[in-house]
Design a protein around this ligand. Sequence first.
Ligand code: KG4
Ligand code: ZN
Length: 347
Amino acid sequence: MTLILGIESSCDETAAALVAGDRRILAHRLAGQEAAHRPFGGVVPEIAARAHVEILPRLVQEVLEESGVPLHSVDAVAATAGPGLIGGVMVGLVTAKGLALASGRPLIAINHLEAHALSPMLTDPDLAFPYLLLLASGGHCQLLLVRGVGRYRRLATTIDDAAGEAFDKTAKLLGLGYPGGPAVEAAAEAGDKAAVPLPRPLVGSEEPHFSFAGLKSAVLRARESGRYRAADIAASFQQAVVDCLIDRTARAIDTASGVDRPTALVVAGGVAANRAIRTALTGLADERGLPFAAPPLWLCTDNAAMIAWAGALRYEAGMTDPLDAPARARWPLDPGAEAARGAGVKA
Ligand code: KG4
Ligand code: ZN
């Protein structure tokens, strides 16, 4: 049985996990850094990297102890090698290299986006390739055709902000604090989603991509007008995001053909924790006759179980990495994808 130790440190969560190739999560630990970043209204890279240095070794130790698996018995050590905040990525990757050296086991350098992309398979054994993945997080908003381990075709990306970024900026504008996504979702519950007229950028467009910058500016104008309650703005904003995500995902399903026709619709990334978005995607999958899969909430946001799981799949496919594997701030999953128009395109 494959046993993989996984490490995640690409943003503001420090995490370690031990996962088996048969999908058992033997132990996992996650330490958020919200309190450290809250005074700044967002993640401060330097503070995050220092926190990873302080917290990570203890989490690794706890995971090994709880799972009863000694370090020399793991098959490989997997860590996020990018994309992400480079200081944090380096802390996790170097820690994994040290553990790999000490145990004599191979290193597996994981693309964080690949870990999100494969995470639905950890809890859903029926999920088969190829599936259509909506990957929506703080740094990314992409539609990917997941053809197999290491085989991804990017169908769409954002031409400006990521979906989670839009939630975080909206939370800031509304004074709801950090982290923004859950705060906007909570505020939206008391609001009227039809109260504030907001744009749906690129909805109905021929091109496949996402755009959220115009929505963010409209939220700012609505706020500054003083005419609307924060809850109504939050609810209207969330509905606009839902409409954008559904329209673009529907387009991707409807234009897929031949071997690229997906067998399922899957959502992953932190924004997949949003209930309104999950409900809307479930409805879309139903309409198109596709099974819908989403990881449980704790597996949607950053964690190390998904890193260990991606490590297990790569290990079983013979994909290990040398000890000089680099840390990468940017690391596109589909390097062949054409750049989307517009500036500030994320990896
Ligand atoms: O995947 P993730 O944990 O980290 C990245 O790799 O970015 O995603 C974090 C993002 C943040 O922007 C956060 O605001 C958003 O996911 N998020 C949510 C919710 N929970 C987290 N967005 C909307 N609704 C939520 N409930
Ligand atoms: Zn993530």
